[in-house]
Write a protein that binds this ligand. Structure first.
Ligand code: GLU
Length: 309
């Protein structure tokens, strides 16, 4: 297997971008959130961040986009850092086998969502984080600004408002879990925090850097510890098994890395001990993952041999 040195990431990214440019079927942007529907599947960006914060990129890698469910990785990490294993009494860690916004399992399973990356689980995590910090979305924003080194990261209030207007499904999930006692605060407060969280705008460079603590086994960019080594392993494991909607098996098969996608078209991925990646292209497949994004990550691990397997 070829061992790639630091300086060789740029040619790899350039080669992938060239291949992606020839990709004809790129899926379609999410349209259930009207503010995302204008996304252009031709847009593509990709960044790789090394453990020391060196970043390589190609295409639209510095352009901000709607991060959506990628933020679920960071709220999970912050909640786990805040309350440790007690979190797992409120949310499971098994793939759901159902779409990300499904209600059906919740009734059979007494209001405990299968995992933190489906919407129900993410709502529970944001509720826990809000309870721990008094300001879930603010804690998330501060963390991402610090880890990315970008003080300008911000929420997109138009996207948050658009989600709130079309948020009946998330409201139903939150109220249903509250009826089982699995949401601690008022549901309207939780929905406000959750929609703000999903509306965060960031670039591939920002997200690749911000995910670095998972490749550094829990250490933040400044060298302080957010998660124990074991907790970082746990978050990576849940990403691998549950991070890419109802296609986590296919993503593991093709890419072979812990990853988390969002309906804005971003996917982050972690090579523990080595680097982190973020790729963005708004065209999604039928299960909600970026077509060009997953293809690019597949090519990255195939070309470099950098995978957890
Ligand atoms: N804000 C979106 C929702 O709650 C996030 C979905 C996603 O990216 O998976 O529906």
């Amino acid at each position: 297997m070829t061992t790639y040195t630091t300086t060789s990431f740029q040619p790899v990214l350039d080669r992938i971008a060239e291949e992606i440019a020839g990709l004809t079927d790129r899926g379609a942007p999410a349209d259930y959130i009207p503010a995302l529907a204008a996304g252009d599947p031709a847009d593509f960006g990709m960044a790789v961040a090394e453990l020391d914060g060196t970043v390589y990129g190609v295409g639209d890698w510095r352009r901000p986009f709607s991060t959506q469910s990628v933020t679920k990785v960071f709220t999970l990490a912050l909640a786990l850092a805040g309350e440790g294993d007690a979190l797992w009494a409120h949310v499971g860690r098994e793939p759901s086998g159902d779409p990300f916004n499904s209600l059906v399992q919740l009734e059979y399973e007494n209001g405990i969502p299968r995992n933190p990356f489906i919407n129900a689980g993410a709502l529970v995590v944001t509720d826990r984080l809000h309870r721990l910090t008094g300001d879930a979305s603010g804690s998330l924003l501060n963390f991402l600004r610090a880890e990315s080194g970008n003080p300008e990261l911000a929420f997109d209030t138009a996207v948050a408002a658009s989600e709130a207007t079309h948020g009946d499904r998330n409201a139903a999930l939150a109220h249903f879990m509250a009826s089982y006692g699995n949401i601690t605060g008022p549901v309207p407060d939780l929905l406000r925090e959750y929609f703000r969280q999903c509306s965060l705008e960031a670039s591939c460079a920002d997200l690749a850097l911000a995910t670095g603590f998972l490749a550094r086994h829990g250490l933040r960019a400044d060298g302080t510890r957010l998660l124990t080594r074991s907790q970082a392993k746990q978050v990576n494991a849940v990403m691998l098994t549950c991070g890419t909607y109802d296609a986590a098996g296919d993503f593991a098969y093709r890419v072979g890395l812990p990853g988390k996608s969002g309906v804005g078209g971003a996917v982050v991925a972690v090579v523990p001990g080595r680097c982190t990646l973020c790729v963005w292209s708004p065209g999604l497949d039928s299960r909600g993952n970026s077509v060009a994004g997953v293809t690019a990550l597949d090519r990255f691990t195939t070309i470099t041999g950098l995978s957890v397997f």
